[in-house]
Design a protein around this ligand. Structure first.
Ligand code: FES
Ligand code: FES
Length: 178
C-alpha cells in the first residue's frame, strides 16, 4: 500500500463512523484512539457492555463483531466502521429474554452481574459453533472470563441446559417435518 492510498489517521483526530448495532444503523463520533467499549457505552448509550480490566483479561466487555465474539476493550471504535456489532442488548429483542439469558436466570448463574454480559456474548458465539458441548469444553470456553461471584458452576449448568434444550427442540422440529 502506498502512502498516498493509506487511510492515515492522526492522534486526537475525530471521525464519524457508522455501524450496525444490534440490527440498527447507528452513527457517532469518536477519536481515532477511542476504545470500542467506550464508544459503545458513551457515544451510543449501549451500557449493557461492561468494562472491567480494559486490557483483554476479564472478558466483561465481550461483544460480537460480524457475528464473532471479541473483546471490545482491545479494539478501536474506528475499526468497526461499516461493520456489524452485537451487544448483550441484542440478545433480548423486544424485551423478551433470549433462551441463554433465561437459562442463566433458572440456574442463578449470576450474582452481581458485572461479568454476565460478556459471558453471555461468548456463550452465544460458542454455542453457534459448538451446539453440543461437553462440560469440559464449556469450562475451557469460560476460562477466558473472570467471575468473582458465582464459582462458575451455575454458569456451566446454564450453558449445558440451553444446549440440551436447543438440541431437543431441533429433534422435535425434525420429527414434525418427517
Ligand atoms: S474490560 Fe475488556 S477484557 Fe476486561
Ligand atoms: S456475577 Fe459477579 S462477577 Fe460474575
Amino acid at each position: 500500500m502506498t502512502k498516498t492510498s493509506m487511510n492515515i489517521m492522526r492522534q486526537g483526530e475525530e471521525r464519524r463512523i457508522t455501524l450496525t448495532l444490534n440490527g440498527c444503523e447507528r452513527s457517532g463520533h469518536c477519536e481515532t484512539r477511542e476504545l470500542l467499549s467506550d464508544f459503545i457505552r458513551h457515544e451510543l448509550g449501549a451500557t449493557g457492555t461492561h468494562v472491567g480490566c480494559e486490557h483483554g483479561v476479564c472478558g466483561a466487555c465481550t461483544v460480537h463483531i460480524d457475528g464473532v465474539a471479541a473483546r471490545s476493550c482491545l479494539m478501536l471504535a474506528v475499526q468497526v466502521d461499516g461493520r456489524r456489532v452485537d451487544t448483550v442488548e441484542g440478545l433480548a429483542p423486544g424485551q423478551t429474554l433470549g433462551d441463554l439469558q433465561q437459562a442463566f436466570q433458572r440456574h442463578h448463574a449470576l450474582q452481581c452481574g458485572f461479568c454476565t454480559a460478556g459471558i453471555l456474548m461468548s456463550c452465544a458465539d460458542y454455542l453457534q459453533r459448538e451446539p453440543d458441548p461437553t462440560e469440559e469444553q464449556v469450562r475451557e470456553m469460560l476460562s477466558g472470563h473472570i467471575c468473582r461471584c458465582t464459582g462458575y458452576t451455575p454458569i456451566v449448568a446454564a450453558v449445558l441446559d440451553v444446549a440440551a434444550r436447543r438440541k431437543q427442540k431441533n429433534v422435535s422440529r425434525e420429527a414434525a417435518h418427517a
